[in-house]
Design a protein around this ligand. Structure first.
Ligand code: ADE
Length: 265
């Protein structure tokens, strides 16, 4: 006999199955830096929504538009109100992911952006990775189980057909709130088995999981962390060229997604 299930549990499952059978219609792209976001905004001729449902006064920018059968929403957390620079890092990423899911109810999240890469793990400048797992490297809590919570290892939404069709590299992503890498971070990144390192991914994944929205992570390498050059210098040097590549791959991802249901990805 089938185990008894609460009616609401069964109907949630039925709803999920129903949603998964429908072509993806609304996507949410989260991009931390203006330089990374604008090529995508321009490519899809997205326009800024002056009536976004975000709280009054926050710097978060909602761009939107239609492409083929998809409503594209792109959220850029904007410039920090105090310091005037892009609101990079996990705090802004979590906040905008939460607020955007609440407002837009996307079928799929794409967190796109730049990352540092480890040449020892096969990364090179300009490579674009479709991330398999995310984890944090700067949340050290040496108490049983809290240690695992701190690391927050999560598998991303599995998209084997997308990975194959676009012939992208894949690897694990480690997230922390610093562009540089302290010796402590280095040890944690190695323990996370990461090929790429960013400042938002694991935070976006945390919120996406909380609100049960599938999320994928497209990360383009601007700097080689285990190389000779200072990270900030190499990052700034390669930013323009790599963001152009990032836009091309995000476009290919959206083209692939168009007309497909989640399980087909
Ligand atoms: N984004 C681009 N390069 C990065 C790095 N080295 N660390 C974190 N985020 C990055």
């Amino acid at each position: 006999m089938a185990p008894h299930r609460e009616g609401s549990e069964a109907s949630v499952e039925a709803m999920v199955a129903q949603v998964e059978k429908h072509p993806i219609s609304t996507i949410l792209i989260i991009i931390a830096m203006q330089t990374e976001a604008l090529p995508v905004v321009n490519k899809f001729q997205l326009i800024e929504n002056p009536h976004s449902s975000f709280p009054k006064g926050v710097p978060w920018i909602h761009y939107h538009g239609a492409y083929k059968d998809i409503t594209i929403n792109l959220i850029w957390p904007g410039k920090d109100l105090t310091f005037g620079v892009d609101s990079v890092g996990t705090i802004s990423a979590s906040l905008v992911t939460y607020a955007s899911i609440q407002a837009l109810q996307p079928d799929l999240i794409i967190n796109a952006g730049t990352a540092g890469g480890f040449k020892e793990k096969g990364a090179a400048i300009g490579d674009v990775f479709l991330v398999s797992h995310v984890a944090f490297h700067d949340r050290r809590i040496p108490i049983p189980v809290f240690d695992l919570y701190g690391v927050g290892l999560r598998q991303t939404y599995s998209t084997p057909n997308l990975l194959k069709a676009l012939n992208l590299k894949t690897g694990k992503l480690s997230t922390g709130d610093s562009l540089d890498m302290s010796p402590h971070d280095e040890a944690s990144i190695a323990a996370n088995d990461a090929t790429v390192k960013d400042m938002e991914g694991a935070a976006v994944a945390y919120v996406a999981e909380l609100l049960k929205v599938p999320a994928i992570f497209v990360k383009a390498v601007t700097d080689i962390v285990d190389g000779e050059k200072p990270t900030a210098e190499e990052f700034l040097q390669n930013l323009a060229a790599v963001t152009a590549t990032l836009e091309e791959v995000v476009t290919q991802v959206i083209d692939f997604i168009s007309g497909k249901c989640l399980p087909e990805l």
